[in-house]
Write a protein of this length. Sequence first.
Length: 462
Amino acid sequence: MNFKKASAFLRIFFPFLVSFGLTFLLFGIFTVVKFNTYEVLILKKELYGLFFSFMIVYSVITFILVLLLYKRIRKISHYAGEVSQGKQASGPREDREGVFRHLITNIDAMSDRLKDQTESAGQEQKRIFAILESMVEGVLVIDAEHKIIMANSTLARAFDLTQEDVRGKYFWEVFRDSEINEMIKKSLSSQTQSKREHPALLTDSIFEIQVSPVFGGLKFLGVVAVFHNVTKLKALERAQNEFVANVSHELKTPLTSILGYIETLKNGAIDNVKDRSEFLNIIEDHSKKLHLLIEDLLVLSKAESDRQKLKKETVDLEPMLLRIFRFYEKPIKTKGLTAHVELVPKPFSVLADPGALEQALSNLIDNAIKYNSPSGSIDVRAVYEPGTVRIEIRDTGIGISPADQTKIFERFYRVEKSRSRELGGTGLGLSIVKNIAERHLGKIEVQSLTPKGTVFSLILPQ
């Protein structure tokens, strides 16, 4: 340790010692220069020789010292450069206890602070990216140079992209939709927010897009575009509008007839016994249809709003089916239908909400009666399958075309509207069945061949 300190001291103060020696030597030379004796001339030559020898040695040593000092400064400069770039590096060992130890110590401290700040910034960036990745909305980040920094997974899935497809590319290279590109371009140029609802090209999705500028202090950094998928919301709005229109129509038709016949009775038809009886029967029929429609609407509303909680219990299926068939005994006899129930084994138990299950089976049997052929048959069969129970209601009616099979569970959908209204259907029965099945975590299936009949299968987990 002492040797190193002495060496460092000599490297620093050597030039000053040499300068002092040279000054003393020159003083000696000029002191004797005015004497011209032979001895003095010899001494002057020796002093000159000594001076030049000393200068040569001094120059060599000075060059070596400067070269060593330059190399050490280069190492320190290289170390400082690596630290400034955020690289992991260590300073020159020989200088950690030398004259440059304070400089190395300060660079080390700066390196540690820079490392901590880099790690903190990296963790913050990862946290922000994790938040953006977890968002249900699509997020697109674009810098001021119009290049994409990131697109989260939601956006990538919506537009069938990968991170490799987007990162580092200009936004117009990725999105071929002129309206989206125009929105982003406008926000980048004006540094203002823009918002629009837009059906995206090449997809079936509708997005509410909001592009917002991002600033770091006063510096403009780019924009963030948020894509909120409102496809389901728009579909729900359309369904609600259609539902309101259908309900209005279904209510208006019988009400118009009722009001018409009441007006006719008031205008004198009430005095005619035959007309009065006929008109009152018609008013009664239309009133029953209105009552049935309102009942179905209430059932469907309660089911869809989840206000009607399921209370599952073990249900013996045979008594329930017999009760339903007794209720429809009159229309079954009127059409000359035969009913058959096959349950294996007996008793046949089902885990379900009794009221909801009876509602679903009643609707399916009602359909089988209404749309069956005269003198046809209705067969109800229940079997156990792995983890489920399957209840089939088969009729020998007109059947349902493949095109209609995908729509019959929609509210107010009718295969033959005129015939359905004639038979007293509301168009809500199968929607109610589907809702009950799904609330039991089950499903409803249909198989049909026109005109050979239809099989509805209610499948419930057990």
